[in-house]
Design a protein around this ligand. Structure first.
Ligand SMILES: [Zn+2]
Length: 194
């Protein structure tokens, strides 16, 4: 392997990033354990690392799969992506309640700082932005249904007060909930998402 590529992969190992997860596997000579590059275990010294193109190749060379990052489990998803996916699932299930970075972190047994940083690195945006997006889409869906009242639409996306809901909705879309509903009365109109 070219030294520059090795350095680049090592940098992601030191930062516990999942860029090369599923591409390379990190054999650690001192422990004889093979990891995903993003493994959260202590960063091995550069000279103690051998990179392999597959877990099988590393196992054949005498390494045991790490119990922490489980490199032998299928899929390219490293622990960072798995954590981000768990956040998405919690938001999808709980956007109607009082979700915060703190409550999400507590549910996933990680620090809010770690959660924020990891989620942003994987998705490019924060959990708060994701929550806003999911709530906004749900609010649009609610408002498109004429049998749903304004108060119900607001409550469905976490607002106890219809006026707070209206202020938020206008901030996000430029339209009041009533205006939005009028524009969408009688069917699904195509519209700009932004
Ligand atoms: Zn590991």
């Amino acid at each position: 392997m070219e030294p520059e590529l090795f350095d680049r992969v090592y940098e992601t190992i030191a930062r516990k990033e999942d860029t090369y997860d599923g591409v390379y596997y990190t054999g650690v000579l001192t422990t004889r354990i093979v990891c995903r590059p993003s493994c959260r275990a202590r960063t091995p010294k550069k000279e103690n690392i051998r990179l392999y193109p597959s877990v099988e190749a590393a196992v054949q060379a005498g390494f045991r799969p790490c119990k922490r990052c489980r490199p032998e489990t299928p899929g390219p998803h490293g622990p960072d992506r798995a954590l981000a996916a768990q956040v998405d699932a919690l938001i999808a299930a709980g956007y109607g309640g009082p979700l915060t970075l703190k409550t999400l972190a507590a549910q996933l047994a990680v620090s809010p700082f770690h959660l924020q940083r990891t989620y942003k690195r994987v998705t490019g945006h924060s959990p708060a932005v994701q929550l806003q997006r999911v709530r906004l889409q749900a609010a649009r869906d609610q408002l498109a249904d004429p049998s749903v009242s304004m108060a119900q639409a607001g409550a469905a996306v976490g607002f106890r007060s219809p006026s707070h809901f209206a202020v938020w909705f206008r901030q996000e879309t430029g339209l009041s909930p009533t205006e939005y509903r009028e524009r969408h009365a009688g069917g699904h109109l195509k519209e700009d998402q932004q």
